[in-house]
Design a protein around this ligand. Structure first.
Ligand code: M6R
Length: 595
């Protein structure tokens, strides 16, 4: 969790503006608190507090901060409430060293007690501070920084990355263990960050770090050492050619809106890639030969797994077990073996719940593949083959384009396994474009009309059930309302009692399910409820539903996918109507690297 950025320059200079910009670009990783530290000769200037970047930078005048080195951190709280004390970076006991982390040090509580017993000054509950004291412990014993970090690594349990510096030299040091960390090499400076968006405006020359890499950053270069034995690691930098506009809002009010609109284009790119991807045939072969097949993920990615299992059942006649990653560990891990296949699905490729499940599956000998958006993420490195989602950066915390591309990947694989050649999906991107254009005005009006409700339902059936669940998650995530997703036929078994005058119930409708859905609609409307149907134009839906949000006509598997687009848009519009920031919903983070 959290985001870190550190920079080393040749001479003292204004670093505040660089740190502010880097922090803004990492906001999607956490926004409970923000801090910045500059190291300047014999002084450390540290400013931090609870709050968001803009407000913090202004309140503490980050812009005036000068130094030869700088560190900034954005926090998504795990250890210790969001507060000034728990904000990062943290100082060591006598204030001559400063550092910040992202991730999760699981033995934080025990370590804090040990540090205090050893006479160190512990000022917070936060595990980032434990990283600093863990290094301090060995620096006090006279170890150099790289050795101290290597020894600290043995004491710090969990998955994390941290950056640290002291006033006695002109360098910064960092280590990666299970959390993302990338190095940038520029003209007269080097930098390190949890993710590329904060590095790319400064330099396109980067070095991706592996777990167990310790990096020493000087103004004119970096050195890598192995945490295991301190040996020197040689790694060539790579050049990133992607446009920076990919990580900016591109004229849209929010990243979420931009990402909703990007879906047809990234779907096109994905279908093109899948048609030529060398791993597709071997993945299909393994699925065909497997005893059991599991699709494993969390949150939105789990909903894509659900959609995948429906497609595999219908199109490829192959039973697949979709399962939430932690439940896979509890329920299936004891039973899997080398005859089984799992596809682990994750936008970030860093979700700890998913990586835990992967570890258990691999220990049992299961063949493990993955689907991820972030190239070079842990998940992609730890599976025998992986399929990229080709979405580019997804900055907004609510996943949209990565969800549809996960679903399309499953749809493509199911189509191929069922004997198709993927051609049937060619029309999909255009249909997505049409859906977005068709639904936008109608959805805006609807969002206004139902926005006073803090309880709503989103129902689906068959191919559309995963979309209803995903729509409900989007609505919960960014409107903070309670929205439950469920099988439409289950509604009458209990939740129907919630229906009162105007109570909104949304139905996602597949072309084969209209008569069944019309029954559900009438169960709601005859009790005064507002039944909102999302489906292709149909006189039966028109006659029975209170509202119809029409989508283009298509066959069931494709139609199902289209129904999620109005739901994403509805969640976005309602969030805006409530005055929230849909890109960065409270309490959440884009990348959940904690248990
Ligand atoms: O990066 P992942 O796909 O593994 O993330 C899993 C969930 O945390 C994620 O899908 C979450 O539910 C989204 N923020 C939903 O929009």
């Amino acid at each position: 969790m959290c985001g870190i950025f550190g920079i080393v320059t040749k001479d003292e200079q204004p670093l505040g503006p660089i740190l502010i910009d880097a922090a803004k670009r990492l906001t999607y990783r956490g926004y409970d608190s923000v801090g910045a530290a500059t190291l300047n000769g014999t002084q450390i200037d540290l400013r931090k507090d609870k709050g968001r970047v803009d407000e913090m930078a202004e309140r503490y005048n980050f812009a005036e901060m000068r130094g030869q080195r700088g560190i900034t951190q954005l926090r998504w709280a795990t250890f210790g409430a969001p507060s000034k004390e728990n904000a990062q970076p943290h100082l060591d006991s006598d204030g001559d060293m400063v550092g910040a982390h992202n991730g999760n040090v699981v033995n934080n509580v025990e370590l804090r007690e040990a540090f205090m017993a050893e006479g160190m000054t512990v000022r917070s509950q936060n595990d980032g501070e434990s990283c600093v004291h863990a290094v301090e412990r060995y620096v006090i014993q006279g170890k150099d920084m790289v050795t101290a970090i290597r020894l600290a690594y043995q004491d710090l349990q969990g998955d994390y990355a941290f950056v640290i510096g002291n006033i006695y030299d002109d360098k910064l040091y960092a280590i990666k263990k299970g959390s993302g960390l990338v190095v940038g090499i520029g003209d007269g400076f080097t930098c390190v960050s949890s993710d590329l968006p904060s590095i790319l405006p400064l330099t396109r020359k980067i070095v991706r770090l592996n777990d167990g890499d310790v990096v020493t950053l000087s103004w004119n270069g970096v050195e890598l050492h192995a945490v295991s034995d301190g040996s020197r690691i040689e790694r060539e930098p790579e050049l990133i050619t992607e446009e920076m506009s990919a990580v900016q809002k591109g004229g849209y009010a929010h990243f979420m809106l931009k990402e909703i609109h990007e879906q047809p284009q990234v779907a096109r790119e994905l279908l093109h890639l899948l048609a030529h991807h060398p791993d597709v045939p071997s993945i299909l072969q393994a699925i065909e030969a497997a005893r059991n097949v599991y699709f494993i993920g969390c949150g939105t990615s789990y909903h894509a797994c659900l959609a995948g299992s429906v497609y595999f059942g219908r199109l490829a006649k192959r039973t697949v077990i979709p399962i939430l990653a932690p439940q896979f560990i509890a329920q299936y891990a004891p039973a899997v073996n080398a005859q089984d296949v799992g596809i682990f699905v994750s936008q970030s490729g860093e979700t700890k719940d998913v990586l835990n499940a992967l570890e258990r599956a691999q220990a049992a000998g299961m063949t493990c593949f993955s689907m991820a958006n972030v190239i070079g993420s842990t998940l992609t490195k730890q599976t025998s083959a992986w399929l990229p989602l080709t979405c580019g950066y997804e900055i907004s915390v609510p996943a949209t384009k990565t969800f549809t591309n996960q679903v399309i990947t499953f749809l493509y694989l199911a189509n191929r396994l069922g004997g198709g050649d993927g051609q049937a999906l060619e029309a999909l991107p255009d249909l997505m474009e049409e859906t977005i254009a068709m639904c936008e005005p109608k959805v805006s009006t609807l969002a206004e009309e139902i926005n006073a409700w803090n309880d709503l339902y989103c129902l689906g059936y068959g191919t559309t059930l995963p979309m209803a669940l995903e729509g409900a998650l989007k609505l919960k995530e960014i409107t903070y309302a309670h929205c439950e997703g469920m099988l439409s036929t289950e509604f009458k078994h209990g939740p129907l009692s919630a229906v009162t005058d105007g109570f909104p119930v949304i139905f996602t409708v597949g072309p084969e399910d209209v008569p069944l859905i019309v029954s559900g609609i009438n169960e709601v409307t005859c009790r005064g409820g507002r039944a909102i149907a999302i489906g292709a134009e149909d006189s039966r839906l028109r006659a029975n539903a209170t509202d119809l949000i029409p989508i283009p006509a298509a066959e069931a598997p494709i139609a199902a996918l289209l129904t999620v687009l109005p739901l994403q848009m509805l969640a976005y519009q309602m969030s805006i109507g409530r005055g929230y920031d849909p890109d960065f919903p409270r309490n959440l983070s884009k990348t959940l690297t904690v248990d």
